[in-house]
Design a protein around this ligand. Structure first.
Ligand SMILES: Nc1ncnc2c1ncn2[C@@H]1O[C@H](COP(=O)(O)OP(=O)(O)OP(=O)(O)O)[C@@H](O)[C@H]1O
Ligand SMILES: [Mg+2]
Length: 415
């Protein structure tokens, strides 16, 4: 082989690698679960969300014989595999449950509700944005009564919302929101996989649809961020005023409509900064949820954040006209602490009906679950990863908060 031929074959090999991107993206569509712990051959994360036949019949309804007959048909027709048989009961995985809901024509969220974007934001670092986003997204996905398709959009280049839920190999290629939004400005940037995919004939729409990673819940997906997404900020400041405005609107006008075909609720986890990344999200947001830790300094910085937000929204291309709802929630709250109690009282007086009365408790269960790459709704008390008291504290407060949140969301999104 001559040197010239060699260069040709290297080029061919490199091209092959490029088209492999498509495979890499397709891989993400597979369920990615991380737990090593297996129960009767089933991954712990899958097992924890199984439901038995009685629970399903309570949800779906119908007489026992008809229900049982239909359940048998679903397996016989090969729509789902045999359920797990344990302790004399049949257990159905979250994925199977969703196939069953479809089979029984169970109402979908989209039948009666519009798709909404909920952004979780506060410029103060460590106020529980990521924890709140993940636990609310999980609660909504687990709510079979809602039967909604959920996406978490991680826009924090330094954050961990994405990485907390899905395990990504160090060398894997994936598309972030910044890659999508900057593609047209980065024709020469080899680190942006979007242009390579476009050159290989993929449609922008298909690339957007291939971005979300699947998770242990079949109706919960995650679009992750990457540290070099920070370049969105540099690019923004290099543009002229008109182009800046177009870039800020691009998520709302170009990407979001594609995502909303696939998802009913999109939760955005924002970085603790006032930057073009957050403005781009706010431009597309319907609901703003501000978590606040009830500590003295957090109160002060959150009140600064609120006055800043007020100005920020007015300066957006849409002038904040898309915002339908803003609420705050006290999180990581230790109700035995007097100063924290007083801060919550102060919040109630100042924020009034824009503050959820239910708080999310401070509990070791949050940190213990996060260490396992899960939320508190993905653990069982019997796993003993924290004390039963800490477990109840966390899960009860999350459930009560979710029910207040759900009421708001359902009312707001009703068709
Ligand atoms: N209710 C809680 N009880 C105990 N610990 C909590 C609780 N909520 C959050 N934490 C812990 O507090 C820390 C900060 O939470 P989190 O990462 O959710 O905040 P954040 O606002 O997203 O932070 P950043 O601004 O860095 O993105 C984490 O270690 C998390 O595990
Ligand atoms: Mg965070």
């Amino acid at each position: 082989m001559t040197l010239i031929e060699m260069i040709g074959s290297i080029a061919d090999n490199m091209k092959k690698e490029q088209t492999n991107l498509e495979d890499a993206l397709k891989q993400q569509l597979r369920v990615s679960v991380s737990d090593q712990d297996m129960i009767d051959g089933v991954d712990r994360l899958i097992y924890n969300h199984c439901k038995n036949k009685t629970e399903l019949r309570d949800l779906i309804g119908g007489s026992k014989p008809t229900f049982n007959k239909k359940m048998k048909e679903v397996v016989d027709d090969g729509l789902i595999s045999e359920p797990i048989y344990q302790n004399r009961s049949h257990l159905y995985t979250n994925e199977q449950i969703h196939v069953l809901l479809d089979y029984f024509n169970y109402p979908k969220f989209s039948d009666n509700h519009n798709s909404k974007v909920v952004t979780v934001t506060n410029h103060k670092g460590g106020t529980g944005k990521t924890s709140t986003t993940l636990v609310m997204a999980t609660a909504t996905a687990l709510d079979l009564d809602l039967n909604a398709r959920i996406c978490v959009l991680d826009l924090d280049p330094q954050g961990s919302a994405g990485q907390g839920v899905v395990q990504i190999a160090d060398d894997s290629i994936y598309v972030t929101m910044t890659d999508l939004l900057l593609a047209e400005y980065e024709k020469d940037n080899e680190d942006n996989p979007v242009n390579i995919l476009l050159e290989n004939g993929y449609l922008f729409e298909d690339i957007v649809k291939a971005c979300p990673f699947s998770t242990h819940l079949s109706n919960l997906s995650v679009i992750t961020a990457f540290p070099n997404d920070e370049r969105f900020v540099d690019r923004y400041w290099q543009l002229g005023e008109k182009e800046q405005s177009l870039l800020l609107q691009k998520f709302k006008t170009v990407v979001l409509p594609i995502l909303q075909e696939e998802f009913d609720l999109i939760y955005i986890d924002l970085p603790p900064q006032d930057s073009p990344i957050t403005w781009s999200a706010l431009e597309a947001t319907n609901c703003i949820l501000v978590p606040i830790t009830p500590r003295y300094y957090d109160y002060a910085s959150t009140s600064n954040f609120m006055s800043n937000l007020h100005i920020r929204l007015q300066n957006l291309p849409s002038k904040g006209g898309n915002i339908e709802w803003l609420k705050m929630v006290a999180v990581n709250y230790n109700e035995n602490s007097k100063p924290e109690y007083h801060t919550v009282q102060k919040l109630l007086r100042s924020v009034r009906n824009h503050l959820f009365t239910q708080t999310i408790a401070h509990s070791d269960a949050f940190t213990a679950a996060a260490e396992l790459g899960r939320t508190v709704l993905d653990i069982k008390k019997s796993e003993e990863i924290c004390t039963p008291h800490q477990f109840d504290l966390a899960v009860d407060s999350v459930r009560l908060f979710y029910s207040q949140f759900k009421n708001e969301l359902v009312a707001l999104s009703a068709k």
